[in-house]
Design a protein around this ligand. Structure first.
Ligand code: ZN
Length: 400
């Protein structure tokens, strides 16, 4: 019987030991955080993830031991995007992962601000040259080049206008800035109506004529072009200008004094060639003429004494009219500053009830002055017209 008891006791102990080992071997790794949690951080801010801890739990959680061996894989570069960090705890020959989903997002709108005043008053007829704005984004850096400007200011009419500058960063965040412009009549300005202005452009067409036509379109202003036969590639502008209602008039085919002023006959050869070209482009022959250098030029003396007198009479006898100008813009050597050119023309407009203005559509700085001239003129009651058969002409005194 004694032996039997020992056997039973041994069996019980064996079972208990086996049970104990079994229970102990059932230990598990438990993290302090939930798996697959999403963590979101704003771009540019510190990425601070919660501390990861793990313990090894045994005997139904009654026995716990912290795990020191936790390794991390995956890297967050700081750039916007989705990342995964995996923490691995290892103990007792067991392994467990904890995954963290991390996203770096950019929800910060760019900063945008106007240069100069955000609100300003502009005198009627004067153009405010936009000082622009700057835009800076926390993620994209300087994005001023991406700014879209909208809104129109009519400097010829009193009113309050808004120019809106908007920008969108690469994450789609938008920002905008506004400049408020009030166009107001100067109280000291007189109310008297302005006169008639004939803007005329010599020596073209050129690469700049297209730009000029766009400005004229914007204000529906018609002008007169005294064209040449030079620069064949831009003759399309003669056709375009004519179709848009501008007047095409004759300057010189060659604009070469030694050719067109060497004799009356040579003058007519040059002019007829030009008029043939104009006819081909516009379907109309022109009768309005401006002489290279003006009718008062003396350079022609070098090629033929008395030729200007002969030409002017001959033109009239043959049914042509020639015109000089009574307002010089100064763009033929006087100045290359658009502001000064506009100032010269505006002064001339004030001084002449009928102004015939000389400009050249071969000079970029002169084209740049045109909008200021038109805006000031329209705001002050002037009428811009293209020269026609019936319009007035001015003659300088002939000196050769
Ligand atoms: Zn000329």
């Amino acid at each position: 019987m004694k032996k039997g008891r020992y056997l039973i006791a041994a069996a019980i102990i064996t079972v208990l030991l086996a049970l104990g080992f079994f229970v102990l071997s059932q230990g598990k790794i438990v993290f302090n955080l939930e798996d697959n949690q999403q963590y979101s951080f704003e771009y540019g801010q510190d990425v601070t993830l919660p501390e990861v801890k793990a313990e090894y739990q045994q005997v139904f959680g009654l026995l716990t031991r912290p795990i020191e061996n936790i390794t991390k894989s995956g890297e967050i570069t700081g750039e916007t995007g989705e990342y995964e960090i995996v923490w691995t705890a290892e103990t007792h020959g067991k392994k467990k992962d904890l995954r963290m989903k991390v996203s770096i997002v950019d929800t910060t709108p760019p900063e945008i601000a106007v240069y100069g005043a955000g609100e300003l008053e502009v005198e009627l007829g004067k153009i405010y040259e936009d000082e622009g704005c700057y835009a800076q984004d926390i993620h994209d850096g300087n994005i001023t080049a991406q700014v879209v400007v909208s809104g129109n200011v009519d400097y010829t009419k009193e009113g309050t206008y808004e120019i809106v500058y908007s920008v969108t960063d690469s994450s789609g965040n938008q920002a905008k800035a506004v400049r408020k412009i009030t166009v107001k009549k100067d109280k000291s300005a007189s109310n008297k109506k302005g006169g008639v202005v004939y803007l005329t452009f010599d020596d073209g067409p050129s690469a700049l004529t297209g730009k000029l036509l766009k400005i004229l379109d914007k204000y529906n202003v018609k002008v007169t072009f005294f064209v040449t036969g030079n620069r064949e590639e831009y003759r399309k502008y003669i056709k375009e200008a004519s179709e848009k209602g501008h007047t095409i008039a004759l300057h010189s085919y060659t604009h070469n004094y030694s050719k067109c002023y060497s004799s009356l006959e040579d003058y007519w050869i040059d002019l007829n060639k030009l008029n043939d070209m104009v006819y081909e482009l516009t379907g109309k022959r022109a009768t309005l003429v401006r002489l290279p250098g003006g009718s008062s030029n003396t350079v022609s003396k070098k090629y033929c004494i008395g030729v200007m007198k002969q030409i002017c009479s001959s033109l009239t006898e043959n049914g042509y009219r020639y015109t000089d100008w009574n307002v010089s813009s100064g763009d033929a050597g006087g100045t290359e500053d658009p502001a000064k050119i506009a100032e010269n023309v505006i002064r001339g407009m004030k001084n002449h009830k009928t102004a015939i203005v000389l400009q050249h559509d071969t000079k970029g700085y002169s084209i740049e002055a045109v909008e200021r001239i038109i805006v000031w003129g329209l705001a002050n009651g002037y009428t811009f017209k293209a020269m026609t058969d019936g319009s007035p002409v001015v003659h300088h005194s002939i000196r050769n």
